[in-house]
Ligand binder design. Sequence first.
Ligand code: TXA
Ligand code: MG
Length: 351
Amino acid sequence: MKMEYVDLRDEYDIKEGIKKAAGIIKKGGLVAFPTETVYGLGANGLDENAVPKIYEAKGRPSDNPLILHISEFDEIKSIVKEIPKTALILAEEFWPGPLTMVLKKSDIVPFRTTGGLESVAVRMPSNNIARELIKASGVPIAAPSANSSGRPSPTKASHVILDLDGKIDMVIDGGAVDIGLESTIVDVTGDVPVILRPGFITEEMLSEAIGRVEIDEVVKSLSPDKDLKPKAPGMKYRHYAPKGRMTIYKGKPERVVERINEEIAKSAGKKTAVLATDETKMYYKADVVISVGSREDGESIARNLFDALRRFDDVGAEVIFAEGFDENRLGFAIMNRLHKSAGYNIIMIKE
Ligand code: TXA
Ligand code: MG
């Protein structure tokens, strides 16, 4: 399949490009597009024949449900059975934006979209291209992250092209994304809302709006119990992992630098790489050192993380040492992704 590339990065008028893309969605095709979190791979979420193409292009297990993206609040009404009060408050507070809510699905949402579940995940993105595309398509767009299954989510159009060229109809380039981590997912079908995937919208922000929220046990755990099933099916899969063996070192930054340099010295003959920060990058003696930004700036770390993980593969890193970050607020989402990419190889460094 020949993939069309549409550049809407500096376009004052995006109408023409959006019209073309919407035409593909309406005909049951696949379009990758930017959102504020990561790039999504979109298809008509109500079309049982279009949705399987997403799974095929990504190599995604078919029990892993998709998020339906809407452009206006009213569009939620036809795809869910009921809208609990918590959902109304969260929508008012955080939509459009990086929050996904799990609700009871209506009959028009195919089980192919929900991986066989009776619930459906819904999000209203804030990215302008995403919203215009949904509007012009006239249907909720089912869109997982636009990466090959298991790879880090794409934060630039070039990531999408590397993973999916030849497998999809079109990619819209909207430049690098703002946030860089996938949306926070909250299940609002029960009495107490549960965070199934941490993201830019933190537990604190949610509690402030709706009171008590819980976090799915599996998300909190550092050595995931094989018997414990995450409530978001996608959270159980190996994800974000670079090809090299990666280990996270947690502790005081000075001690972490020392320890990683010791490990680098022991890795002679192997291509070594470090996931570092602006404060520490100059101290490492590895073959490749990639900084994800300043420790003072969690948003920069979030934005650069997936690109850094992909670059380790590009340079052929065999052993990767990653600094750990504080796990409060946005740091909780950052470390959730980092733990997965390291396959939970974590070393705690005592004083
Ligand atoms: O930021 C995002 O959410 C991006 C952009 C494109 O919007 N999308 C994204 O989709 O990250 P995906 O498919 O890569 O991740 C969706 C996650 C998966 O872990 C999936 O299992 C979970 O959402 N999910 C979807 N529907 C669900 C449902 N009904 N119940 C529980 N989890 C669900
Ligand atoms: Mg994904």
